[in-house]
Design a protein around this ligand. Sequence first.
Ligand code: PDD
Length: 282
Amino acid sequence: MIDIPAIYQGQMSSLKDIRVSPLSRAYTFSDSVYEVIPYFAGHPLCFSRHIERLASSLQLSHISVDMDVITSELKQLGDELGNQDGYIYFQVSRGVDEIRAHLYADDLEAERFGYAFQTSVSVEPISGMLCEDNRWAHCNIKSTSLLGNVLSMNQARQQGCNEVIMHRAGNMTEAGASNVFYLNHQGIVRTSALTENILPGITRAILLEALTKSNIEVEEGECDIQDFNDAPAIWLTSSTKGMLPLTSLIGTTYFFEKNNLDYLRIKNIFNDAVELHLLAAK
Ligand code: PDD
């Protein structure tokens, strides 16, 4: 394990020194939720929105924990990044069982774990593979139960791709670890509505809010995967990828028009919006 700052049950140490019980429900049941908060030059992007989404994931999972404690631990981890780019990973499990049991004890103490990792947002476009979304039905919860995502993304890797775009009955949901937007052939920006059983991405919200203030037409709703065939640009949004275009999408005839003026404009609008959010965080 690498030597980076990490926290477990309030104790700050190095990731390599943290020991967890095999009876952590995160380990036996994936009974845990998580957040990934990006930092730029030491400043978090939309910190309070990540806290709110974590609170929502916890509430939907019936895990009770003091959000003030979590906020303070996240801030301690953020301080460890100094003025560097990176992200905070933070996970809360329902707790550690005495013996494995589906039915949990009501008095379990939630288990908090997180680390701070220095890295920069990747800017190289990536390729994707279209596949069926065979995940569970509560993808609005940022759960660590990601087996569906993991299996699909690793199947895509065998095809030389780094991501998947998933669909249910021909309607796009999201990517394995990102939300998805595309420009359709009429120049309208489209993305799945939150009702399509996707994660309410913070990066997605940043882009949508910024586009609302422009004159670019945006539609949130059902996204027919046939649209990809003649889309000039498809891109992913996530805390670790920012806004990243797909070069190709196996299963479609899509190819990325990298000089598409609408796309370039949208990218600028996104970059400006991120700058403004970061300024507000200073
Ligand atoms: N993933 N959809 C899924 C399934 C995701 O896992 C993510 C982020 C997103 C984008 O959400 P946001 O813009 O708030 O990061 C959408 C994180 C980065 C991860 O699991 O590492």
